[in-house]
Write a protein that binds this ligand. Structure first.
Ligand code: HEC
Ligand code: HEC
Length: 296
């Protein structure tokens, strides 16, 4: 909003400009006695023989000028443009956006209505729910989890039955709504190079991969000191913290010596962003149903 001084300044300058155009047209179309008469040459010559005649503008062309002026006034009366005056239509970008958004929401509400009252069990069996859930997944989740939901390094696969947090419908709704942050501390400072190597060997052995058994034995002692609090005494993980099961040879960040050592030495902090500000509860329900159908 402009203060009232600027408001009047804009209004006056705008209206004065338009009126000045009006005057200019009238002035330019008047016959003036002291100048050459209509139909005479004006004395201007170009390119040797191109002479300018003093002829009036065609009428229709002249009327176009008047029309633009009338159009300008009508426009300024209907739409915002004259200082703080809102225009008689009360149009704003925001009101136009709101109207369009309202129309879209109404159309969507009609589509979601039949699904709203279904239980989670019914949703998972409902083709329409899964189809819509799949589309919402493609639009909101596939960038990170992949269009086939199989994930990538650091982004969990959602189609296997191995979960950081748990794959039941209610947990999925929680995960999607509020997001998750997996916090794996860095151990380089307390374990040093040797310690990292030993624990890496133990984790490899635990997951059924090839590992140096002497190193692994030393690593086990350290694991019992530093790691069980989150990964559990058997290394099976803890869904309350999102600590992965280390025994199943399914890896979020990779199961090679180098990847495991990197996870241990530098820590990891996978972040699943909360969706509650982007997606309505109805949508999250459909996505959760879709995701839980993937691992069945
Ligand atoms: C910006 C990338 C990103 C987007 C977008 C994203 N996620 Fe995630 N998601 C992650 C990451 C990273 C994790 C792992 C979090 C961790 O390490 O604790 C995760 C974890 C999850 C989990 C937990 C998996 C488990 O094993 O327990 C689920 C379920 C999930 N996401 C579903 C979704 C759905 C559904 C959407 C779309 C609405 C979505 N994500 C959008 C990055 C993303
Ligand atoms: C404070 C709890 C906590 C402690 C203690 C902890 N971790 Fe973790 N660890 C996690 C979490 C949570 C993740 C998942 C990180 C993520 O989602 O980004 C993880 C991930 C890992 C991974 C990566 C797994 C994969 O699938 O790629 C390895 C390997 C690992 N931890 C080993 C260890 C070892 C070895 C120790 C002991 C030296 C240890 N962790 C101690 C919580 C912990």
């Amino acid at each position: 909003m402009m203060n009232s001084g600027w408001n009047w300044f804009v209004i006056i300058v705008t209206v004065a400009n338009i009126l000045a155009c009006w005057w200019l047209i009238i002035w330019a179309t008047k016959n003036r006695a002291n100048e050459s008469k209509e139909g005479d040459v004006t004395g201007h010559v170009w390119d040797g023989d191109l002479e300018e005649y003093n002829n009036p503008l065609p009428r229709w062309w002249l009327y176009l000028f008047y029309f633009t002026i009338v159009f300008g006034f009508v426009y300024l009366a209907l739409y915002p443009g004259l200082g703080n005056f809102k225009g008689f239509l009360n149009w704003t970008e925001v009101s136009q956006y709101d109207d369009e958004a309202k129309a879209v929401h109404e159309a969507q509400a009609a589509m979601f209505a039949p699904l709203r009252d279904l239980s989670p069990e019914e949703l998972v069996e409902n083709d329409q729910a899964l189809l819509t859930g799949g589309r919402l997944f493609a639009a909101n989740c596939a960038v990170c989890h992949g269009s086939d939901a199989r994930g990538a390094q650091g982004f969990p696969n959602l189609t296997d039955d191995d979960w950081l947090y748990a794959g039941d419908y209610n947990t999925l709704v929680m995960t999607i709504t509020n997001g998750r942050t997996g916090v794996m501390p860095a151990w380089q400072a307390s374990l040093k190079d040797d310690g990292v190597k030993e624990v890496t060997a133990f984790v490899r052995q635990m997951s059924g991969q090839q590992a140096d058994s002497q190193l692994a034995a030393k690593g086990q002692t350290r694991f019992n000191t530093f790691c069980v609090a989150c990964h559990g005494p058997q290394g099976k993980g803890n869904p309350a913290l999102g600590a992965p099961n280390l025994k199943d040879d399914i890896w979020l960040y990779g199961g090679s010596d180098a990847s495991i050592a990197h996870s241990i030495a530098n820590g990891r902090m996978g972040k699943m962003p909360a969706q509650k500000d982007f997606l309505t509860e109805e949508r999250i329900r459909l996505i959760a149903a879709y995701v839980s159908s993937l691992s069945k």
